[in-house]
Design a protein around this ligand. Structure first.
Ligand SMILES: *[C@@H]1O[C@H](CO)[C@@H](O)[C@H](O)[C@H]1NC(C)=O
Ligand SMILES: *[C@@H]1O[C@H](CO)[C@@H](O)[C@H](O)[C@H]1NC(C)=O
Ligand SMILES: *[C@@H]1O[C@H](CO)[C@@H](O)[C@H](O)[C@H]1NC(C)=O
Ligand SMILES: *[C@@H]1O[C@H](CO)[C@@H](O)[C@H](O)[C@H]1NC(C)=O
Ligand SMILES: *[C@@H]1O[C@H](CO)[C@@H](O)[C@H](O)[C@H]1NC(C)=O
Ligand SMILES: *[C@@H]1O[C@H](CO)[C@@H](O)[C@H](O)[C@H]1NC(C)=O
Ligand SMILES: *[C@@H]1O[C@H](CO)[C@@H](O)[C@H](O)[C@H]1NC(C)=O
Ligand SMILES: *[C@@H]1O[C@H](CO)[C@@H](O)[C@H](O)[C@H]1NC(C)=O
Ligand SMILES: *[C@@H]1O[C@H](CO)[C@@H](O)[C@H](O)[C@H]1NC(C)=O
Ligand SMILES: *[C@@H]1O[C@H](CO)[C@@H](O)[C@H](O)[C@H]1NC(C)=O
Length: 857
């Protein structure tokens, strides 16, 4: 008794002391909060706001107990100098650290004890040091980005102990060793960027066979002595860039079916081009400045998706410029110094998307054909033997033309339309005889006058458009009128780059109130250096052509496109307005861009085009679950045909893959189970792995996609927030067939229920029912249904599960492919998820556990 009294007094005293201590000097030393505030203080950031508990600070992510910091995002905060000891290095539980885009110069010695790091981003700083072999301590690291710094010396072999490494970017540093053998132990790598360093020597033995998942490999701008066969076993590779190195030997082995972007320029590759097996996915091919020979036109017809082709400066045979019309998708064609002879045929005008044409330094003869390449921006015909007149009047009609060069030919410039003064100053002494070879200076002057012409054109069209808008509004803004259609067509004709732009789909018309398309940036998170603009989105989607429409979702239309560099994307226009300001929307989208999970469709970037928020996603090759499960076409059906002059028509091969997928994929229980589990994991991550939790609000089969590797991925998370609360109920509450009962009153009107993660759980339950029964959530046949009046999937399945008759409703397609017991149990999980009372539904973490347990049945 006495002892108990004494000990409770001790405890109380301690309690008071520690509380008192806390009040005196907050935050308490030796806590994560202290280390972080010290870090910001000593790194001289004055924009960081430290008040309240550490877990509430901007950019700080804590574990579930709110005790330890597991994530710190401090990108672009003006931090400078060397990181002191006893700051970041003491955050022992840290898993994710982003200090990119600051002016950090050095790392502390205790930095290498952060053994739990999964993601480390130090890119775009000014760190100048030898990378110590302690890097191998980061045994859990998955993403390492040290690009744009001044790391020097050798890359330590210990990198091989990071067996979990998936993404490594060391680009733009001063590493000057060989590529270490250790790297071949990192079998999970998906993306490697060692570009713009001074790596030298040969690639380590076994390099090519070590990375079964490698998709992107960039070794450009080094002194690596490699050969084509180094890459033969990289079977997942889609992007290969080894430009400006010392590669040599045969180029033939490099080409394999999945490749999309290949840049081999500036090496010593050899080989006969007719032996190259270009895959049909190829979008970008640069073989310039090598020693490749042969006759290239014969085999290029397979590359129907090609947009960028550079074969300049090789050892090709004399050949004529024919059969180019099989390359209709091309935007860039560079055949400079490729031994072309004969005339430039009219066929060249069939390349209707061409922006750059370089045929310089060849032996072309004859007259310049009347080019009708409306999209042309850059034309170089210099150093040939062309004769006749330069078709200036034709060039003047090309609306985008910026730069051209006819120098060093045998051309005449008679009907220039220039003032006598200009011609005299540019062609001194040859006024009366038409001048031999156009003078580059004159063409520059010409270019200016052309700008005036372009401006006039833009003005005219803008005025026409303004009148159109006025008329349209006068007739009432709700009705669709011809006016918009007329505008859209004229827009296509003239390629005008000044807005506002209007676009039409079957169900909506949307307007991007953008003044100058080239001034509205498109942010691509992983490629901050590519200055994409709204005009790139326009050309990626053929001006938001209906032919590129993938779907018309709740938020608005979704288009498919290729951004320059072969970035394959789905472009989602959130047309229904938003209550957020531009800054808020940008911040939210940047935040969503950082949310990564193997079962989420990554947000690649965004664009704020006037009122429209445009979200850009990685393209999902294998379509969405709704279409796959219910055997619908994979794209949206539009009234028009797929427009015949875009690369879309050439996607036969993709369709082949997709169709094969839609027939064969979802016919096994095993695969449907995988889809269910992946989707559950994605939701569990959003609900329990993100802080604050993200509620999806629109969980449905058409939000679940299958990627290139047939992994299920959930899309559209976080978008509802960007819309704010102004929306019609239907939009905030979910899609038909997936709306949980708490949102619907007895009379069918919507009820003001607060959205919780449990409404997502309900949507997931419906998907699970779809996966097992193969039925749609509404408007399907539900045999043997006693509530036939307003029958839907949920009431039907729940009724039968209650009567223990679950086994009767399993989709016949999968019945034989797995254990019936598992499927019946899965129906019961769906039953739990679709409980009427939200509180009775399990949490998504529990659902993941339940679904995993099925495998043991
Ligand atoms: C810092 O954060 C606190 C709480 O989040 C807020 O009240 C305060 O206004 C912020 N100060 C600045 C300068 O942003
Ligand atoms: C980077 O560091 C070097 C010294 O190592 C210094 O000369 C240079 O100015 C720094 N650059 C920036 C952008 O801070
Ligand atoms: C790259 O390394 C080579 C030797 O391997 C050296 O000769 C060259 O000067 C280095 N280049 C740079 C830019 O450091
Ligand atoms: C290859 O890498 C170099 C250096 O980073 C870059 O300049 C070039 O644009 C890349 N090529 C492609 C096709 O991405
Ligand atoms: C290239 O074209 C030639 C002639 O048409 C043909 O014999 C050869 O098989 C083709 N090569 C490839 C790799 O398709
Ligand atoms: C064509 O390729 C050559 C060699 O790579 C390059 O020097 C030239 O600038 C390119 N032309 C254009 C118009 O891009
Ligand atoms: C152009 O033609 C002349 C005469 O036929 C010839 O001497 C010259 O080599 C040719 N130039 C080129 C670049 O083909
Ligand atoms: C240039 O063209 C004229 C005819 O247009 C021809 O008489 C002359 O020989 C040509 N010169 C060369 C070098 O080919
Ligand atoms: C045209 O090409 C010549 C030769 O390469 C070059 O000197 C000149 O600057 C170029 N002119 C323009 C306008 O690009
Ligand atoms: C690192 O940060 C930069 C700039 O914030 C970003 O562009 C890049 O994608 C990040 N790297 C990785 C691997 O996430």
């Amino acid at each position: 008794m006495g002892f108990a009294l004494v000990s409770s007094i001790v405890v109380l005293t301690l309690f008071f002391r520690s509380n008192f201590g806390q009040q005196q000097d907050q935050p308490i030393p030796n806590t994560d909060g202290f280390f972080i505030s010290e870090f910001f203080r000593q790194m001289g950031s004055n924009i960081y706001n430290i008040s309240g508990p550490v877990c509430s600070w901007q950019g700080v992510l804590c574990d579930a107990n709110q005790e330890n910091v597991i994530g710190l995002m401090a990108s672009n905060l003006g931090l400078s100098g060397s990181i002191p000891d006893n700051t970041i290095g003491k955050l022992t539980k840290l898993q994710s650290l982003d200090l990119s885009s600051n002016q950090i110069t050095d790392l502390p010695s205790d930095f290498w004890s952060l053994g739990l790091l999964k993601s480390l981003n130090l890119s775009h700083n000014n760190i100048s040091m030898n990378l110590p072999s302690n890097i191998g301590n980061f045994g859990s690291l998955e993403r390492l980005d040290l690009s744009f710094n001044s790391f020097y010396g050798s890359l330590p072999d210990s990198i091989g102990s990071i067996s979990s490494l998936q993404v490594v970017n060391l680009g733009r540093n001063r590493f000057d060793s060989t590529v270490p053998l250790g790297i071949t132990s990192c079998h999970l790598l998906t993306s490697v960027d060692f570009s713009m360093n001074n790596f030298s020597g040969v690639l380590p033995d076994g390099f090519g066979s070590s990375f079964p998942n490698l998709k992107r490999l960039n070794l450009a701008g080094n002194e690596i002595i490699g050969k084509g066969s180094d890459f033969v076993k990289l079977e997942s590779l889609t992007y290969l860039n080894v430009s400006e190195n010392l590669f040599q030997g045969s180029v033939v082995e490099i080409f394999q079916e999945p490749l999309e972007v290949v840049d081999l320029s500036g090496n010593h590759f050899e080989g006969h081009i007719s032996q190259l097996n270009f895959g049909s996915r190829l979008v970008y091919l640069d073989l310039s400045d090598n020693e490749i020979s042969g006759d290239f036109f014969a085999n290029l017809s397979r590359t129907r998706n090609l947009k960028h082709l550079n074969l300049a400066k090789n050892r090709f045979l004399e050949q004529r410029l024919i059969n180019v019309d099989s390359l209709r998708g091309l935007e860039y064609l560079n055949l400079s110094d490729t031994n072309l002879i004969g005339r430039v045929s009219d066929e060249i005008s069939s390349l209707t998307h061409l922006k750059t044409l370089d045929l310089s330094r060849n032996h072309l003869t004859g007259k310049i054909p009347l080019l009708s390449l409306k999209t042309l921006k850059n034309l170089d015909l210099s150093f040939n033997n062309l004769t006749g007149e330069i078709p200036i009047s034709v060039l003047k009609k090309l609306p985008w033309m910026e730069r051209f060069n006819f120098s060093y030919n045998n051309l005449t410039l008679c009907d220039s339309g220039f003032s006598l003064e200009t011609v005299q100053s540019a062609f001194i002494g040859s006024l009366n005889s038409c001048p031999i070879a156009a003078n580059p200076n004159l063409l520059k002057a010409k270019s200016h006058s052309h700008k005036g012409l372009e401006l006039a054109l833009v003005l005219t069209v803008s005025i026409v458009f303004l009148l159109g808008v006025l008329l349209f509004c006068a007739f009432g803004c709700r009705k669709k009128t011809q006016m918009w259609v007329v505008k859209q067509d004229s827009y296509k004709e003239e390629q005008v780059m000044s807005g506002p732009f209007s676009f039409q789909t079957d169900s909506t018309t949307w307007v991007a109130d953008v003044k100058v398309a080239t001034l509205v940036p498109v942010v691509i998170f992983e490629k901050p250096l590519l200055n994409f603009t709204f005009s790139d989105l326009l050309s990626a989607t053929s001006n938001f052509d209906r032919g590129t429409l993938l779907a018309e979702g709740r938020f608005g239309p979704v288009y498919r496109g290729f951004l320059p560099g072969g970035i394959h994307v789905a472009v989602k226009v959130l047309v229904h307005g938003s209550t957020m300001t531009d800054q808020e929307a940008a911040r939210e989208l940047e935040y969503l861009g950082r949310i990564k999970h193997p079962n989420l469709v990554p947000l690649t970037g965004y664009c704020l085009a006037g009122e429209q928020r445009i979200a850009i996603y990685d393209y999902m090759e294998n379509g969405n679950l709704h279409n796959l499960l219910h055997d619908l076409p994979l794209g949206v059906r539009t009234t028009e045909d797929w427009s015949s002059d875009t690369w879309e028509v050439d996607a036969n091969n993709d369709n082949g893959i997709q169709n094969a997928g839609s027939e064969g994929l979802l016919t096994t229980w095993q695969f449907r189970h995988k889809v269910a589990l992946g989707t559950a994991r994605a939701l569990a991550f959003l609900h329990h792995g993100c802080s604050p939790p993200i509620i999806h609000r629109d969980v449905k089969a058409s939000s679940v996609y299958l990627d290139y590797n047939l992994e299920p991925r959930l899309s559209d998370f976080g978008l509802s927030k960007i819309f704010g609360n102004d929306l019609e109920d239907e939009i905030t509450r979910g899609s038909r067939g997936y709306i949980p009962p708490e949102f619907v009153n007895q009379d069918g009107s919507s009820s003001p229920y607060v959205i919780t993660p449990k409404s997502d759980v309900y949507g997931f339950g419906v998907i699970l029912f779809e996966l097992i029964t193969g039925k749609k959530p509404v408007d399907d046949e539900y045999p043997d249904d006693s509530f036939s009046k307003d029958a839907n999937l949920v009431s039907w399945v729940r009724g039968l599960v209650r009567k223990n008759r679950g086994s009767e409703i399993i989709d016949p397609k999968i019945r034989e492919t797995g254990a019936e017991g598992q499927m019946v149990e899965a129906l019961k999980i769906g039953y739990l998820c679709t409980a009427d009372l939200p509180a009775k539904r399990p949490r998504m973490q529990q659902v993941v556990g339940l679904l995993k347990d099925l495998e043991q049945l």
